[in-house]
Design a protein around this ligand. Structure first.
Ligand code: PMP
Length: 427
């Protein structure tokens, strides 16, 4: 596989950008080797600057649920940008977006648009602290909520991939306010709340963990957390930056029938443009400035072009049967990978939710962060490169969920399974 131009770009980039990238996991540090540079993308495919084509299971880390460069999304963006890129005064598309989110996710009675998932989560915990008058927050080991100071405590995603779950630069006075729990452990959560429940402003969770590979909640676990938060007056915050609009139209909260107090979103609602949002109960969100005293703002928040891309994407995913089809594709992919691994005698396990999956080089089940860490990452890295050479791009880390889009059809999935069969044979 020729990578001359990518190599040249990465060499130049490495002089000027930390690690050669603008976001850590892109650098291929944990899997080894060098990243390829994208030239364009279409449907399920990414094309690099050296002319290589990849079936893409990263989907820009989640936004591309309807496939890359979807004509309806591009048309909405093109039409919107004819009128200007940003106004700094309100725009009708912001209202349409707020109406769409609050209709699709009923727990969000009010919403505020921001520019990234990171902004959404750090704003949500500010609301939780401001509204409760409490300081402590609870998160889960291996969960990632962006790079806000309070969240870089036992964090997942790139922090975990690079072995840096606690970052220098986060004052211990702040980190001390973040309590961590093991995901899916009922008793640990009960014990923590029994001890300090009335000091907890909010508990934030990825309802399905997608930043420590992919871990699904045990039956009743999210309900258990809901009950604890209610009992102790702490706010339950679902970080649905990854799961929102993906695992069901109304996200994980719809799939599991839980009503959080606050939710955070990103990725899909921007259709590939930089977007985030947080929302929730009216009595909480109305405490945000300017209607209330909890301050949060953004020069480009509600950007019209980003709203247009997000609204067009939301339109596409509301087609009847969209998420059912996504679920079938995800199962077909994961079943195929598992049977190919079995045929090759390789210990391998998958976890899945509609449009999202985890790959483990170990036997199942995987229900905890400790289980996820038990995957053979060296083997994953060899698998990653074997797949890449065969034209399949998986997330370049053993600790990131993969994404399936509606553009991944039977042909792409069959080709992926064939590539896996060939790769497993080399492991
Ligand atoms: N929360 C979750 C669950 C995420 O997966 C991510 C990013 N992958 C974030 C927050 C942060 O979003 P962003 O990278 O847009 O800041």
């Amino acid at each position: 596989m020729n990578n001359t131009r990518s190599h040249e770009l990465f060499t130049r980039a490495s002089e000027l950008l930390p690690g050669g990238v603008n976001s850590p996991v892109r650098a291929f540090k944990s899997v080894g080797g060098e990243p390829f540079f994208a030239e364009r993308a279409q449907g399920a495919y990414l094309y690099d600057v050296d002319g290589n084509r990849y079936i893409d299971y990263v989907g820009s880390w989640g936004p591309m649920i309807a496939g890359h460069a979807h004509p309806q999304v591009l048309a909405a963006v093109a039409e919107t940008m004819r009128h200007g890129l940003s106004f700094g005064v309100p725009n009708a598309l912001e209202v349409t977006m707020a109406e769409a989110i609050t209709r699709i996710v009923p727990s969000c009675e009010m919403v505020r648009m921001v520019n990234s998932g990171t902004e959404a989560t750090l704003s949500a915990i500010r609301v939780a602290r401001g509204a409760t008058g409490r300081s402590r927050i609870v998160k889960f080991e291996g969960c990632y909520h962006g790079h806000g100071d309070s969240f870089l405590v036992k964090a997942g995603s790139g922090a975990l991939t690079l072995g840096l779950p606690n970052s220098p630069g986060v004052p211990s006075a702040l980190a001390d306010l973040t309590l961590t729990l093991p995901y899916n452990d009922f008793d640990a959560a009960s014990a923590l709340f029994d001890e300090v429940g009335d000091e907890i402003a909010g508990l934030i969770i990825e309802p399905i963990v997608g930043n420590a590979n992919c871990i699904l909640p045990r039956d009743g676990y999210l309900q258990h957390l809901r009950e604890l938060c209610t009992k102790y007056g702490a706010l339950l915050i679902f970080d649905e930056v990854m799961t929102g609009f993906r695992v069901a139209l109304g996200g994980a909260q719809q799939r599991y029938g839980i009503v959080p107090d606050l939710s955070t979103f990103g990725k899909i609602i921007g259709g590939g443009m930089p977007v985030g949002a947080y929302g929730g109960r009216r009595d909480l969100m109305s405490q945000v400035a300017p209607s209330g005293p909890i301050y949060q703002a953004g020069t480009l928040s509600g950007n019209p072009v980003a709203m247009a891309a997000g609204l067009a994407t939301l339109e596409l995913i509301q087609a009847p049967g969209f998420h059912d089809a996504l679920e079938r594709s995800t199962h077909a992919l994961c079943d195929g990978l598992e049977s190919a691994a079995r045929a090759a005698g390789i210990a391998f396990h998958t976890t899945r939710a509609p449009g999202m999956f985890g790959l483990y080089f170990r036997e199942g089940p995987v229900e905890s962060f400790a289980d996820a860490l038990g995957s053979d990452t060296q083997r994953f890295n060899r698998f990653f490169h074997g797949m890449l050479e065969r034209g399949v791009y998986l997330a370049p880390s053993a600790f990131e969920a993969g994404f399936v889009s509606s553009a991944h059809g039977e042909a792409e999935i069959a080709e992926t399974i064939e590539a896996a069969r060939a790769t497993f044979a080399t492991l």
